[in-house]
Design a protein around this ligand. Structure first.
Ligand SMILES: Nc1ncnc2c1ncn2[C@@H]1O[C@H](COP(=O)(O)OP(=O)(O)O)[C@@H](O)[C@H]1O
Ligand SMILES: [Mg+2]
Length: 419
């Protein structure tokens, strides 16, 4: 064997191509035993769902009539992201379907992610095509070329032919352009357009959503409402404990789950955040070839998540805004204080622009952009009384951690030439 490092171009058999190694796809690694348990879209089995018994029972009670072939109640679920709304809904509707089936009642369920199907026609198409079993209905539903009205005509026919009841889950319903979908579905139910009973379970991250609904929709929907509360640190800990087997034995050190839970609890109790941080901590350990996951990995993973979120907040901002925020971050890092006047920021900003060979805006423009960032919550601007006869002026400080701000603006390639 030679000591030459193997080159990425050195391979003979395509099945051994190091760029596309199949071995890497295996979910079992040094750190992970079953990484898929920590994937975003993963729907865990019942035993892994913890701390939502009351919610599960309440939603089930509204749907229960369908197992006796009676009409279910419509349900609306509100709550912040990561509070288990989608999970509980999928879990309960699937159990309802199976329980009905055991009674000889045919229930169809259809899950629509309205964030992906944001127009009326797309939702109608998705519901209709999912519920259609071509073999039993003999209908072939076109993918394109017809409008929502025609999809509904097909849908009523499918409901009559194939089902006793159907449950339609509209997840992230607030993302729909109009409330026509709710209008159509709830009216069809009222007018008995189909023999089949139709139940709607709508989910929204925004509690204000109901106020935005048309009065007619509200009165025909007549739904039961539930609000899912955020998880506390103990519940988050338990949720993660129930997925511990995603990891190899003994790789999780004792602090990891409690610390992750504490971070996610600060993040309004978001279980998705918790699971993401946990997975990322594992990936960091793996990438650094560390044999176990420690609180250091969790802290880095948490910072990474914050950098991501901050970058998201900056998306759509101009490069000039990033120069300004970068300047403020540099000042904050290099000085004891953390509040700076517009003119100090401007001086730093001019230097940065020079270094990067970028065009320099006027001080007044920079002042306006800072005020805009204050409006967006990225910086906080306070008015400071100058000394006697000096008048007052604004001072600005970063709301976020300096290192988070620096890391996320530095992801912009315009900064690549900086020392
Ligand atoms: N009570 C729970 N038990 C186990 N896992 C949960 C629980 N609540 C949420 N999760 C997990 O957290 C993530 C986010 O949950 P999700 O139902 O998508 O939240 P929401 O729809 O409210 O944003 C998912 O991976 C889900 O499996
Ligand atoms: Mg959801």
């Amino acid at each position: 064997m030679s000591d030459e490092p193997t080159r990425i171009t050195d391979f003979e058999d395509p099945s051994e191509d190091p760029l596309f190694s199949v071995e890497n796809e295996d979910s079992s690694t040094q750190i992970f035993e079953r990484k898929e348990l920590l994937k975003v879209g993963h729907v865990p089995e019942s035993a892994r769902i913890v701390g939502r018994d009351t919610e599960i029972e309440s939603v089930a009670a509204e749907l229960r009539p369908i197992v006796r072939s009676e009409p279910p109640n419509n349900v609306m679920i509100y709550g912040k992201t990561g509070t288990g709304k989608s999970l509980v809904t999928r879990h309960v509707t699937e159990r309802a379907r199976q329980a009905a089936d055991a009674q000889g009642v045919t229930v169809g369920t259809v899950y629509v992610d309205c964030a992906q199907h944001d127009t009326h026609t797309r939702v109608a198409r998705s519901i209709t095509r999912t519920l259609n079993d071509e073999e039993s209905t003999g209908l072939s539903i076109p993918r394109t070329g017809i409008g929502s009205g025609e999809y509904y005509d097909y849908l009523w026919e499918i409901l009559d032919v194939s089902y006793d009841s159907v449950l339609v889950i509209l997840d992230e319903v607030d993302r729909l352009e109009t409330d026509d979908v709710l209008m159509q579905l709830s009216r069809a139910r009222e007018s008995g357009k189909a023999e089949c009973h139709l139940g709607i379970v709508a989910i929204s991250n925004k509690i204000e959503y109901r106020d935005s609904l048309n009065e007619r929709v509200k009165s025909s929907l007549r739904e039961e409402e539930f609000v899912f509360q955020p998880y506390d640190a103990n519940q988050l800990r338990e949720i993660m404990e129930h997925r511990r087997d995603a990891f190899k034995d003994d790789v999780l050190t004792d602090d990891v789950i409690p610390l992750t839970a504490a971070f996610a609890a600060q993040e309004h109790g978001d279980a998705r955040k918790a699971i993401e941080i946990l997975r990322h901590a594992g990936e960091l350990a793996e990438r650094r070839a560390d044999g176990e996951i420690t609180d250091g990995h969790v802290r880095d993973a948490q910072e990474w998540a914050e950098v991501d979120r901050f970058e998201e907040l900056l998306r759509g901002s101009t490069t000039q805004v990033k120069f300004i925020l970068y300047s403020l971050a540099v000042l904050t890092r290099e000085n004891r204080e953390n509040e700076f006047s517009t003119s100090r920021i401007y001086k730093q900003y001019s230097t940065v622009c020079d270094q990067l060979d970028a065009n320099v805006l006027s001080e007044h423009r920079v002042y306006e952009l800072l005020k805009e960032q204050a409006f967006l919550g990225v910086v906080e601007s306070t008015r400071t009384g100058g000394g006697r006869g000096q008048g007052s002026y604004l001072e600005h400080r970063l709301v976020q951690d300096t290192s988070v701000v620096l890391k996320s603006v530095l992801r912009d390639s315009r900064f690549d030439n900086l020392e």
